[in-house]
Design a protein around this ligand. Structure first.
Ligand SMILES: NC(=O)c1ccc[n+]([C@@H]2O[C@H](COP(=O)([O-])OP(=O)(O)OC[C@H]3O[C@@H](n4cnc5c(N)ncnc54)[C@H](OP(=O)(O)O)[C@@H]3O)[C@@H](O)[C@H]2O)c1
Length: 198
């Protein structure tokens, strides 16, 4: 599956027979900047998909509502243009009710605390920053490394509008957290009720 230049690793998705790359490319940010300014154009999106595939990512996540469906179309175009092997790649898509997504507000659709708070305001973020500094890596990389340290997580879906950030996320699969670091990160976490599934 991986060429010698690719540094990606592959895992089984849960108990299924499906193999996915340890990083899944989220395609929510590919569509039309005319829809929302945080969305990349088709050309940029295909550039990201090519970069991701060249780095060994063969699993892609999209939905019918990202840029009102353009994200799915762009991923389809990229598969054709780049001649991605259909028997190798994994494409995940989802069907949503369009009205729930009409907001197009990235902050509203993305529940990450990083959108709302800084490390000084949230002890958990402060600890992520502390461990990131200690290891000389980015905070986003620590979050990927933490996700991958959990038995219930096969492969996180990552989203970005920056190739540099994407490369960082891919590199994060090689960061190993010690048991103490995982415990330290989790200490200030308060579980929140599941939202959006009723
Ligand atoms: N949000 C949802 O409700 C939802 C639901 C289902 C599935 N998904 C899937 O999950 C994917 C990711 O979702 P998300 O909510 O995380 O989307 P997102 O809106 O792409 O948020 C990711 C954030 O992390 C930042 N980031 C990424 N890499 C970074 C790095 N190395 N260093 C610092 N910051 C970094 C991005 O900034 P930059 O753009 O500047 O890099 C962005 O602000 C989506 O593309 C979609 O396929 C999302």
């Amino acid at each position: 599956m991986a060429s010698p230049t690719k540094k990606m690793q592959y895992v089984r998705l849960g108990n299924s027979g499906l193999k996915v790359s340890k990083i899944i490319l989220g395609c929510m940010t590919y569509g039309s900047p005319e829809w929302q300014k945080w969305v990349l154009s088709e050309e940029e999106g295909i550039k990201h998909i090519k970069f991701a595939y060249d780095q060994g990512i063969q699993s892609f996540d999209t939905a019918n509502v990202y840029s009102n469906g353009l994200s799915e179309i762009i991923l389809g175009k990229a598969i054709k243009q780049l001649k991605l092997p259909r028997d190798e790649i994994v494409v995940m898509t989802k069907l949503y009710e369009a009205e729930r997504w009409n907001t197009g507000n990235r902050q509203k659709v993305c529940g990450s605390i990083s959108y709302f708070q800084t490390p000084a305001e949230h002890p958990l973020l402060h600890r992520v920053e502390e461990i990131a500094k200690k290891k000389g890596v980015g905070m986003a990389q620590i979050s990927v490394a933490w996700s991958l340290s959990k038995d219930g997580v096969s492969a996180p879906i990552v989203g970005t509008t920056s190739l540099k950030n994407l490369e960082e996320m891919i590199d994060a699969i090689h960061i190993k957290l010690t048991e103490e670091e995982v415990k330290y990160l989790e200490e200030p976490y308060c579980p929140v009720p599941i939202a959006g599934h009723n």
